[in-house]
Write a protein that binds this ligand. Structure first.
Ligand SMILES: [Zn+2]
Ligand SMILES: [Zn+2]
Length: 348
C-alpha cells in the first residue's frame, strides 16, 4: 500500500509499504478521505515534540473510511462499516479521562502524531483507540465529505459550548477560513442576532456566502471597529471568536467586545509569539469573559457528527480541493498557501 511519511521538516515521502498487521483486538481501516488540518501544516513546517527527529510518521487526524478487518475479540464493529476515528486517545484512567475530557489527558496518544494517521491507504486502529470509543460510526446517508469534517467541527463546537450564545447576541468571527466558517455555521444555527465575519481577504469572505447569511467585513478596506459599530448599532460584539493565529487580534478582541461580552481565543498562536499585551482593564471594566478551547472530547465529536447529519448547510462545501496521495506534497503547499478552504487527500 502507499503511505505518506512525514520524515523531516518540509519533507513528506510517499512509500510503498506492507498493509499493517492487526491483532485480535484491533481493526484495519481503508481510508477514503483525510483532510489537511492546521495542525498537520504546523507539524510539516516545524515538527512536533511527540515525533522525535529520525522517526517517520503518517500525518492526518481528520479521517474517514471503511473497516476492512475487525479483530476476533473486537465487539460492536463489523467489516464494511463506514467510520470516522476521533484522533485523541486518552489513557482512560486519569482524572481528565474519567471526567470525559479525553483530549486533556496528560498521557494522550493521537492519530497523525503518535500513531500513524490518515494519509495512507490502510490505517491500523490500535486497541486503545478501539476500547476507548474513538471509532465512531458514520450516520446512514452522510457522505464521507461531511463525516470527515466532524473533527474540526467538534473543536469549534467545544468553543461554542463555552460561549453559550443566545438569540440576542451579535457574534463576530475574525478569520474567514474553514474554521471561521464552522463557527459561523454553529452560531447561525443557534439563532444569533447577527453573525459577522471579518477578514483581510475579499475572496475568502466571498466564499463564506456559501454557508449562510453572514455580515462580511473586509478589513483590507474598512476599519474593523468602525464597521462593527455600524453593524451592531454601536453595541459591539457580544461574542468574539479569534479564528486566526495573529497575536494582535487577541488584543483587539477585547476592544471589540461589548460590555459583558464573551471572547474565545480559538486559534492558537505560533510558539514564541504567544506573549500578547492585553489591556486587562477592558476585561475588568467591561466584565468580559475570556475563554479558550483546544481540541474536543469524544462526546463533542459525536455531537458534531449528529449536528452535521441534521444541518441544512452545505457543510461538505468546505472541502474545496482534493488531491491523490502521490501529490500530497503539492496538497500541503496548496493548503499552506491559503488557497481554497479545506484541502483533502482522496483514496479510491
Ligand atoms: Zn484538525
Ligand atoms: Zn487520561
Amino acid at each position: 500500500m502507499k503511505a505518506a511519511y512525514y520524515c523531516d521538516k518540509e519533507e513528506i515521502r510517499v512509500e510503498e509499504v506492507p498493509i499493517p498487521d492487526i491483532t485480535d483486538r484491533e481493526m484495519l481501516l481503508k481510508i477514503k478521505l483525510a483532510c489537511i488540518c492546521g495542525t498537520d501544516q504546523r507539524i510539516f513546517r516545524f515538527g512536533h515534540f511527540k515525533i522525535p527527529e529520525g522517526t517517520k510518521r503518517v500525518l492526518g487526524h481528520e479521517l474517514v473510511g471503511e473497516l476492512v478487518k475487525v479483530g476476533a475479540e473486537v465487539k460492536g464493529f463489523k467489516t464494511g462499516q463506514r467510520v470516522a476515528v476521533a484522533p485523541n486517545v486518552g489513557c482512560g484512567v486519569c482524572d481528565m479521562c474519567i471526567r470525559g475530557y479525553n483530549h486533556m489527558c496528560p498521557e494522550y496518544e493521537a492519530f497523525g502524531i503518535s500513531y500513524d494517521g490518515g494519509f495512507e491507504e490502510y490505517m491500523k486502529i490500535p486497541y486503545e483507540a478501539v476500547i476507548h470509543g474513538n471509532v465512531i460510526q458514520i450516520p446512514e446517508g452522510m457522505s464521507y465529505e461531511e463525516a470527515v469534517l466532524a473533527e474540526p467541527f467538534s473543536c469549534c463546537f467545544n468553543s461554542f459550548q463555552m460561549l453559550q450564545t443566545k438569540p440576542t447576541d451579535y457574534v463576530l468571527i475574525i478569520g474567514a477560513g474553514p474554521i471561521g466558517a464552522m463557527h459561523a455555521i454553529l452560531h447561525q444555527r443557534a439563532g444569533a442576532a447577527k453573525v459577522i465575519m471579518a477578514d483581510l481577504s475579499a475572496s475568502r469572505l466571498e466564499q463564506m456566502r456559501m454557508f449562510g447569511d453572514f455580515t462580511l467585513i473586509d478589513t483590507s478596506k474598512e476599519e474593523l471597529e468602525a464597521a462593527l459599530k455600524r453593524e451592531t448599532e454601536g453595541h459591539g460584539a457580544d461574542v468574539v471568536i479569534t479564528a486566526c493565529s495573529v497575536p494582535a487580534v487577541q488584543a483587539q478582541a477585547l476592544e471589540l467586545a461589548a460590555p459583558l461580552g464573551r471572547i474565545s481565543f480559538f486559534g492558537g498562536l505560533p510558539s514564541g509569539r504567544d506573549e500578547v499585551g492585553l489591556h486587562t482593564n477592558l476585561i475588568h471594566y467591561k466584565e468580559l469573559t475570556v475563554v479558550a478551547t483546544t481540541g474536543s472530547s469524544l462526546k463533542q465529536y459525536k455531537d458534531a457528527m449528529n449536528i452535521i447529519a441534521t444541518d441544512q448547510t452545505n457543510i461538505a462545501g468546505l472541502i474545496t480541493d482534493m488531491f491523490g496521495i502521490d501529490d500530497i506534497q503539492e496538497a500541503f503547499r496548496h493548503a499552506m498557501a491559503g488557497k481554497g478552504l479545506k484541502t483533502a487527500i482522496r483514496f479510491d
